[in-house]
Design a protein around this ligand. Structure first.
Ligand code: URA
Length: 218
């Protein structure tokens, strides 16, 4: 795990296996089945990495032979995953394999029409958020950050969690800057921070439209 230049922002460039999954996701020849599988795999390993930053507790455990000391990841019991439709569905599927106690919220958010391009949230189902919770907002592509800022605003209406974490595949520096200026306490875990956004709001070099590629439908 590599600390990026913003406080609380981490990437996984130092993990060859995660970089191999990312390479397959980037490859334009990767079809929807392999793309979805890649997102599930990436979600699973990023959740595993996230558990390394969670509070643990020593517990006694009795083997068939004797008593010894074991460990539980205490914070793993108090997780809420917010799935930002569409492309976060396979990412959430991976995250929940490790964070299997998680309560799951769903948010559908999209950019509205010109000239304002306001973010419209069409469906919001978020569970109660408790002080002991780690809330993970799953959104594969942190591009302009506009959707995420709106989603984070909304999530905060449901309670104040212990940690608020965004898990994604790729981020543009512009998106991170915007999120951090509006929600400085938010932690960001992404496979990689890419170079920049293009004038259509796509991350470069990126992987294209994650939703279209995961579901084969623009
Ligand atoms: N959303 C995507 O799916 N891809 C991008 O590059 C930017 C936003």
């Amino acid at each position: 795990m590599k600390a990026e230049r913003w406080e609380g922002v981490y990437s996984f460039e130092d993990s060859p296996f995660l970089m191999e999954i990312l390479t397959e996701l980037r490859d334009e020849r990767t079809g929807p089945i392999a793309f979805r599988k890649g997102l599930v795999k990436l979600g699973r390993y990023m959740a595993y990495e996230l558990t390394k930053t969670m509070e643990t507790e020593k517990v006694p455990v009795k083997t068939p032979l004797e008593e010894t000391e074991g460990v539980i990841v205490r914070d793993r019991r108090n997780v809420v995953i917010i799935t930002v439709l569409r492309a976060a569905i396979p990412l959430m599927e991976g995250l929940i394999k490790v964070l299997d106690h998680a309560r799951v919220g769903i948010v559908s958010a999209s950019r509205g029409k010109a000239p304002k391009f306001e973010i419209e949230m069409n469906y919001v189902k978020i569970p109660e958020i408790r002080p002991e919770d780690t809330v993970i907002v799953a959104d594969p592509m942190i591009a302009t950050g506009s959707t995420l800022i709106k989603v984070l605003d909304e999530v905060k209406r449901y309670g104040k969690p212990k940690r608020l974490v965004v898990v994604g595949v790729l981020a543009a520096p512009e998106g991170i800057e915007r999120i951090k200026s509006r929600h400085p306490e938010v932690e960001v875990f992404v496979a990689k921070v890419d170079r920049e956004l293009n004038d259509k709001g796509y991350i470069l070099p990126g992987l294209g439209d994650a939703g279209d590629r995961a579901f084969g439908a623009p």
